[in-house]
Design a protein around this ligand. Sequence first.
Ligand code: NAP
Length: 290
Amino acid sequence: MVQIRAAGVNPIDWKLYSGAFHRVADQNKDSAGVGTDNLPALGLECAGVVTEVGPQADGVQVGDEVIVYPVTAAYAEYVTAPVTSLIPKPATLDWPEAGGLMLTGTTATHALHAAGVGTGDTVLIHGGSGGVGLMAVQLATAQGATVIATATEANHELLRDLGATPVMYGPGLLDRVRAAAPNGVTAALDLVGSDEALDTSLELVADRNRIASITGSERRAAAGIKVLGNGPGQDVGTEVRHAARADLAERAGSGELKVIVDATYSLDDAAKAHEAGIAGHGPGKLVLLP
Ligand SMILES: NC(=O)c1ccc[n+]([C@@H]2O[C@H](COP(=O)([O-])OP(=O)(O)OC[C@H]3O[C@@H](n4cnc5c(N)ncnc54)[C@H](OP(=O)(O)O)[C@@H]3O)[C@@H](O)[C@H]2O)c1
């Protein structure tokens, strides 16, 4: 059992009840249009202090500070999880950063791996200022890639500080990326899900195996790019994501990898965190502090 000190908020949390993943019948919606049947227990990542251990929980002790991922139902004060989901929390990492590191960090690692990004690449990252995007920008830069990242103007300075060349998304994106990458783009990550992100990537990247999307759509499946996630035919990336956790914790603990926390909320204000997340334009993570 872990007493939760911080739980990360992610877009999947509202997608799970909004009908984004499955149609919700009108009679099963409340006055705000939110599905009321089979509501999921929210919260897919957190960090906290171990308060109880089971008989087979080798290597874990009461009082250990841990990051818990994967986990479910982490919008809570306490959560149970298998030992395999516990990663030691670096003492140098604050609770909000620890609680918001893993879902985006492992997803970014998987996307960069799937697109084969490394030294000498120029990678276009759509959604560079989002939770996953900020991780991908930093990890790609650390791997020796040149990064072009799309974001709204207000988030450009942060992206520059992290080593990326920011470009505004919207009409004219293709020309702006071409100007920012005169030698061409060798790989792309679609962390947004828009037609623009897909079309720009297909236009600029010659090898479709080097375009990875973490948002599914029929067009993405038909385009023959790498589609990552839990949907039918998608690459779940369990091994890559699982293996990345210790390295992500170490990098975040050393300060090499920054977890940008946009705002924190009490557990009672989880709905406000969702409203802020849906409104967008952070940059970075929203985190609940029980
Ligand atoms: N498949 C998987 O395993 C997986 C895992 C994690 C997340 N996801 C999905 O990936 C997406 C991103 O997740 P996240 O946690 O990074 O979300 P987030 O923190 O909310 O970030 C959203 C990003 O989208 C950008 N954006 C918003 N509108 C845009 C537009 N019209 N064109 C281009 N960019 C736009 C925002 O940029 P500005 O704020 O600068 O405008 C921001 O960078 C979500 O759909 C999420 O559900 C999938």
